[in-house]
Write a protein that binds this ligand. Structure first.
Ligand code: C6P
Length: 418
């Protein structure tokens, strides 16, 4: 069993970092909380909580509307947060960042607006079988509306995309490839750049669902070579209610609005309207102002820790947990077994124990994990299991917590085999 909180060579001072997260001081059922469900939603550091509080206490006002001081302060902070989000992902300009509610809304925006205008009957959209419902259902809806067809890139036995099938699946009729950067179940990190280059060669556009990558590793849209990218604030230590759709300016600029209403217009007449420039065109109504500003604080926090250091720490935890979990009899882990091909998301089944029972038993030991299909029903059908239990790690998790997980799973196995 591992003896110390940090691994040699890993620069994160996890003990100090944990002090920044008030919720991590909680006890659950008399045990210290081991929060291993950050893939669903991450915990929030003090700086994010204080930023949200500060906004509501000191300069709460609507944005882009008032000419009074509070409104100007709120507008400045909201737009500054947009700039932070742009820099986080290497966007050329803050104009390319649209604030949405979450990744789901970001992908729906792209599907409805770009897809509605660009995907014609008989054309094809290429997805992968590992997609979260958020990067699947909006494209099904578009395909039904516009008479398009969906194709799916398969995975191999280790949960890696079968790139050989790209030759067969990418054709001149393919208008879009939409894929996750990192699977929320298999943990697989997909070769987005390779796929994007192949897609562009046949004239298709590429959207990457980066909900599980942007919080955990350096992500740069120029390196990925994609056209759209979506992520959620709440998974990167920010508040719920705010996310981002990034798109290449020329694509966003040519897209029709998604929702109609205040803030997204230039001129409204009784019969018709003209629309604002991007990104305002896609931000109808009062946005999640405090949440967007606090997302900026979350980005500052992650960057002050360093995304490379976060990734390294998670990789060390992942390698350690993979080795320990391999010792649990009857445990089947899904996704690549080599740490450098995946992120620190570990979905598994334990022979003879229902995934929900595992999660409930772990909760009695203060360990929070998720059980279910994790919004990937087609993937679970392919894996031939109705559900899995999933533990996921973030910057504040420790090797002791990995030990507690493995120990609790050993006890669960013994309990169910007796
Ligand atoms: N996955 C999980 O526990 P939203 O809900 O819009 O913030 O994020 C949607 C989403 C999109 N893509 C991927 C790859 C995701 O993992 C998620 C969210 C959570 O796995 C909640 S279902």
């Amino acid at each position: 069993m591992h003896g110390s909180i940090t691994e040699p060579g890993v620069t994160l001072d996890v003990a100090a970092l944990r002090q920044e997260f008030p919720i991590l001081q909680r006890a659950i059922r008399g045990k210290p909380l081991a929060f291993l469900d950050s893939a669903a939603s991450a915990q929030k550091p003090r700086s994010v909580l204080e930023c949200l509080d500060d906004y509501y206490r000191r300069f709460n006002a609507n944005v882009h509307r008032g000419v009074y001081t509070l409104s100007e302060e709120a507008t400045f902070a909201y737009e500054r947060a947009r700039g932070k989000a742009a820099r986080l992902i290497g966007a050329g300009s803050a104009r390319e960042v649209v604030f949405t509610r979450n990744s789901t809304e970001a992908i729906n925006l792209a599907a409805y607006s770009w897809g509605g205008a660009n995907v014609r009957p008989g054309e094809r959209i290429l997805l992968t079988v590992m997609e979260h419902h958020s990067n699947l259902v909006p494209w099904q809806m578009l395909a039904q509306r516009n008479g398009a067809h969906l194709d799916y890139l398969p995975i191999d036995g280790q949960g890696r995309l079968v790139l050989d099938d790209l030759d067969r699946l990418l054709t001149e009729r393919t208008r879009l490839v939409a894929l996750s950067h990192q699977s929320n179940v298999l943990g697989t990190i997909n070769p987005v750049r390779t796929i994007a280059d192949r897609a562009h060669a046949v004239g298709a556009r590429v959207l990457v669902d980066a909900a599980q990558s942007v919080p955990h590793m350096p992500v740069d849209v120029r390196d990925l070579g994609v056209d759209f990218l979506a992520f959620s604030g709440h998974k990167l230590c920010g508040p719920t209610g705010v996310g981002v759709l990034w798109g290449r300016y020329e694509l966003l600029d040519a897209m029709p609005p998604f929702l109609g209403g205040g803030s997204m217009i230039k001129l409204v007449e009784l019969e018709q309207s003209t629309y604002a420039d991007v990104p305002a065109r896609f931000e109808a109504g009062t946005p999640a102002i405090g949440e967007a500003i606090a997302l900026g604080a979350a980005i500052d926090f992650l960057q002050s820790v360093g995304l490379e250091a976060i990734q390294q720490h998670e990789q060390a935890l992942l390698a350690y947990a993979l080795a320990q979990l391999a010792e649990v009899t009857g445990l089947r882990l899904y996704g690549p077994t080599t740490p450098d091909e995946r992120g620190a998301v570990l979905a598994f089944t334990l022979a003879g124990v229902h995934p929900h029972d595992i999660a409930a038993l772990l909760d009695t030991e203060g360990i929070a994990v998720r059980a279910g299909h994790h919004c990937t029903q087609p993937l679970h059908r392919l894996l031939d299991v109705p559900a899995t239990t999933r533990a996921s790690f973030y910057l504040y998790n420790t090797f002791e917590e990995a030990d507690r997980l493995v120990g609790a799973l050993q006890r669960t196995r013994i309990l169910f085999s007796s």
